[in-house]
Design a protein around this ligand. Structure first.
Ligand SMILES: *[C@@H]1O[C@H](CO)[C@@H](O)[C@H](O)[C@H]1NC(C)=O
Ligand SMILES: *[C@@H]1O[C@H](CO)[C@@H](O)[C@H](O)[C@H]1NC(C)=O
Length: 872
């Protein structure tokens, strides 16, 4: 949104858009068609939608002493409450009592004469709004109307040599970033002898499916994929033919301005509107795309009623010629009296963007929300932007055309800038530069981010974090996406076939009646809830013979959840393996979407490694769990015709049954690996700390992305700490980076779980660490397959077993005898950390170390069992 500032123009035409790799979304499309066909009979037309609840929601009123409550009800934190997010050398705060501004956040500001950085610990990767509020309030410190400064994130340039242009209007800048790292920072850099300032900052989660990966490209006509790899700045957001919609009336806090001032000839356009309640959302579209109020009004052709109207309605916008733009057109046929009577064309910059659009046919109804994304290459932006609607040349139907809403988003350029031609590191836009090299630069910078944050992270470190709490997994049954740090893509699909594909031939297991499941869960008793997620709850239930099951009940209000749910059904129904959580059955009665899984009573692997104070697992148990999970993944990758990529491998997605058998869970994120191609081009999804760097860089998902994540899982098992822990000093935040540093020095044993010291065979650990290191190779091609990993882990287990046996024999013979087997290394490394209790203080007594470790926490059947195994 640009209020009160004219966009500057850059003469350089940049052709990078046309050099993108071609899309590879066909397999996804097929999968989606299947899924929708599958479920269409059981989805309902939603009349009520739950408001969007952002998981990350940082609202900061810089320089403010008292809480600011906005007209939309949101409360911004004061300077005092947000201190921990800001690292600044200056301490200049200014404020005024009153001003001609729409929000109290403009009444105070921070002024920075030196560089200053706000950093926000995020809980979830994916799309985030960043809104910067500027108002040059009067003060005795600095003339803010003259202040010139830049604003960057670690990766993107938001503002380059920005100033208020001597204007005293307030300015709101809105951005959208697809964040992949847990610490998101915004840096203010004043120009020499100038100052930077900021009145308020918002960093807020946005829905995953707000921007899908693929759009239409205007010229050359075709699909444009890779939208999720860009950053965006909102240039315009308009409610055609309707009133201003303020942030309070939009579940995502967006503002929609009336369109009138952009109309070329107001006399050619006419506003129409209907009651908002008339607008319906088809599958795949929710108020998160745009509120009903946007669809309930439109601009149509004035005098559409005359016999042969032959003109276009035109809107003109200023735009920067060096940037590509994403144009989102919102439509809703609120003018037609009957189906199939309105056909029209949409032009962007004189080129046909949509021809003969027949909304009622596409949507099979009137007054239904619809949108279309069009990417306009920078080379077509030399004269600003014009959007036109006009009657179809087909000559049939009503000669009319409509547009309900319009969003114009600027795309980041080849050096990751949204303002000017320089990147964060000073790189300059080069003509003909390719996206790939640029992405690589961006990636390198992203990884350098932690280093750049030095002092900042130390600051986090001091602060008692709620990160751990928020990030820890409440569910111990099936990891649930929305409550977790992971998420998946959700696609819009319109006009899907209505037909019922449910049948046993699809192998969905047993059919449960709703009544049966009501009984099993004591009518979905809240006390039976064992997990909560965006799609609904998971209940512990008991069926027929007393078998315990996990009952996952979909919440039909969650669109994203439904898609995940459907993906999961698709995936699970294809798969049967001892090391995959199995689907027992489902229920689709009364539009319910319920899945019944086997119950994994010991919960996620992670909970047994750290954070939950559960009895520690021995090294052998950890090895066996890792081997089980590796088998499960190996099967996913190779056991089906196409191969399946899990996409969210992590310790919370490895569940343990009552015997501590590991099973891989959560296929909500999975995607079929396409045949032949070897990769899937897709939005970056997954979890912080586990993301394959190559996947992020190239947007190409392969089974080697899972291998990378599994490498992190192995390190977690060895070091008993989270993949990302922002509370630690910066070099330790990322487990993979930190552990690999120690590994390279040959000192990995210094950072392993102190509880393993003494009982872990150094050879076994070495083998294990090597396996992990290979998994973490920078390039997918250098990583082993899951089959190779499995082999290495089994070898590590053998080494451990030989070691334990050797030890046992030793100890039974006599404590004085020299170890017999050369494979047995009997010098326990010295514990290096005094922060945790060291296991087995009485190392040399007669019990084998492992059994002893288990005995210390005796009481569960499983430990007894492992003790037996150990002694077999
Ligand atoms: C915004 O919400 C308010 C209160 O809920 C309502 O009175 C107003 O009509 C809404 N405006 C629009 C444009 O929907
Ligand atoms: C509408 O605009 C398009 C693109 O600028 C143009 O080709 C077309 O002729 C116009 N239609 C009318 C009826 O003026």
């Amino acid at each position: 949104m640009e209020i009160g500032k004219k966009p500057r123009k850059f003469p350089l035409a940049n052709l990078f858009l046309s050099s993108l790799p071609s899309p590879s979304s066909s397999s996804m499309a097929i999968l989606l068609v299947l899924i929708y066909a599958f479920f269409s009979s059981s989805t309902t037309a939603f009349s009520a939608f739950a408001p969007f609840v952002p998981q990350d929601n940082f609202l900061i009123d810089s320089g403010a002493d008292k809480l600011a409550t906005l007209p939309d009800g949101r409360v911004f934190k004061t300077e005092g409450q947000s201190k921990q997010f800001l690292l600044a050398k200056d301490d200049i705060k200014v404020s005024v009592e009153k001003a001609d501004v729409p929000s109290p956040v403009y009444l105070s500001a921070r002024i920075f004469v030196q560089e200053a950085t706000y950093s926000f610990p995020l809980t979830r990767p994916g799309w985030h709004w960043v809104r910067l509020h500027f108002y040059p309030l009067d003060n005795d410190q600095f003339d803010l109307m003259k202040a010139t400064f830049s604003v960057n994130t670690d990766k993107y340039v938001l503002l380059h040599s920005f100033n208020m242009n001597n204007s005293s209007k307030y300015v709101l800048k809105e951005y959208l970033f697809n964040v992949t790292e847990p610490l998101f920072s915004i840096k203010f850099v004043p120009m020499k002898n100038s100052a930077a300032f900021i009145n308020a900052i918002e960093v807020v989660s946005a829905p995953d499916d707000l921007i899908t990966d693929v759009a239409n490209e205007l010229s050359p006509v075709g699909d444009f994929s890779g939208l999720s790899t860009y950053a965006y700045q909102t240039a315009y957001r308009l409610n055609m033919g309707g009133p201003l919609i303020t942030s309070g009336n939009d579940t995502l806090g967006r503002t929609w301005l009336p369109d009138e001032s952009y109309l070329k000839s107001t006399n050619l356009a006419k506003s129409v509107s209907v009651a908002t309640s008339i607008v319906k959302y088809p599958e795949g579209i929710t108020p998160q795309i745009a509120p009903q109020a946007v669809y309930a009004s439109a601009v149509e052709m004035a005098d559409a009623q005359v016999s042969q109207p032959n003109f276009n309605v035109t809107w003109n916008f200023e735009a920067e010629s060096a940037f590509g733009y994403l144009i989102r057109l919102h439509f809703c046929d609120i003018v037609s009296k009957a189906l199939n009577s309105l056909y029209f064309n949409v032009y962007i910059n004189g080129k046909m963007a949509i021809s003969d659009l027949d909304l009622s046919h596409t949507l099979n109804g009137l007054a239904m929300a619809y949108y279309k994304d069009i990417v306009v290459n920078a080379s077509l932006m030399s004269n600003g932007l014009s959007v036109q609607i006009g009657p179809s040349k087909l000559g049939s139907g009503d000669l009319n055309a409509i547009l309900n809403g319009l969003e114009v988003l600027k795309l980041s350029n080849s050096v990751n800038s949204l303002d000017g031609e320089f990147g964060v590191n000073g790189d300059r836009v080069a003509n003909g530069s390719t996206r790939h090299t640029v992405a690589a630069v961006g990636f390198a910078m992203m990884f350098g981010a932690f280093i750049g944050l030095g002092a900042m992270v130390i600051k986090w470190h001091k602060r008692p974090q709620d990160w751990q709490k928020r990030n820890s997994f409440s569910s111990w049954l099936l990891p649930l996406h929305a409550g977790d740090t992971s998420f998946m893509t959700s696609k819009n699909s319109l006009g899907s076939q209505k037909s019922n594909f449910y049948s046993s031939t699809l192998g969905l297991g047993r059919y449960f009646s709703f009544a049966e499941l009501q009984e099993a869960t004591k009518n979905f008793d809240s006390n039976a809830v064992i997990g909560v997620g965006g799609f609904g709850n998971v209940y512990l239930g008991e069926i027929d013979d007393g078998t315990q099951v996990a009952v996952k009940r979909g919440n039909p209000q969650s669109e994203q959840g439904i898609t995940e749910f459907q993906t999961e059904i698709q995936m699970l129904s294809k798969l049967r393996h001892r090391h995959l959580v199995s689907l027992i059955g489902y229920c689709d009665e009364n539009s319910e979407m319920i899945l019944v899984y086997e119950y994994m009573s010991n919960g996620p692997f992670r909970d047994h490694l750290y954070g939950k104070d559960l009895p520690p697992l021995s090294w052998k148990q950890r090895l066996e769990i890792c081997i089980g999970a590796a088998r499960g993944l190996h099967y996913l990758h190779t056991g089906t015709a196409q191969g399946i990529i899990h996409r969210d491998v992590k310790t919370t997605n490895i569940l343990l049954d009552e015997n501590f058998t590991a099973k891989v869970a959560d296929f909500g994120l999975s995607k079929d690996a396409p045949m032949g191609q070897g990769h899937v081009s897709t939005a970056v999804k997954g979890s912080f700390g586990y993301l394959d760097p190559e996947y992020f860089r190239r947007q190409q998902l392969t089974d080697k992305s899972d291998v990378y994540s599994f490498g992190v899982v192995l390190l977690e098992a060895l070091c008993a700490r989270p993949a990302i822990n922002p509370a630690l000093p910066r070099e330790q935040v990322n487990l993979a980076d930190w552990a690999m540093q120690w590994k390279r020095k040959g000192l990995l044993d210094k950072i392993i779980d102190p509880l393993l010291v003494g009982s872990i065979n150094p050879e076994s650990m070495k083998k294990f660490a090597e396996a992990s290191e290979k998994c973490l190779a920078e390039h997918g091609v250098d990583r082993p397959t899951m089959g190779d990993v499995l082999w290495n882990l089994e070898y590590a287990l053998q080494l451990q077993e030989a070691f334990s046996q050797g030890k046992e024999e030793d100890e039974t013979k006599s404590s004085a005898t020299v170890p017999a087997s050369p494979a047995v290394v009997d010098t326990p490394p010295t514990p290096t950390s005094d922060s945790r209790p060291v296991s087995n203080p009485e190392q040399n007594n007669s019990t084998p170390a492992q059994v002893q470790a288990i005995d210390e926490h005796s009481g569960t059947a499983m430990f007894a069992q492992f003790a037996n195994l150990n002694g077999r």
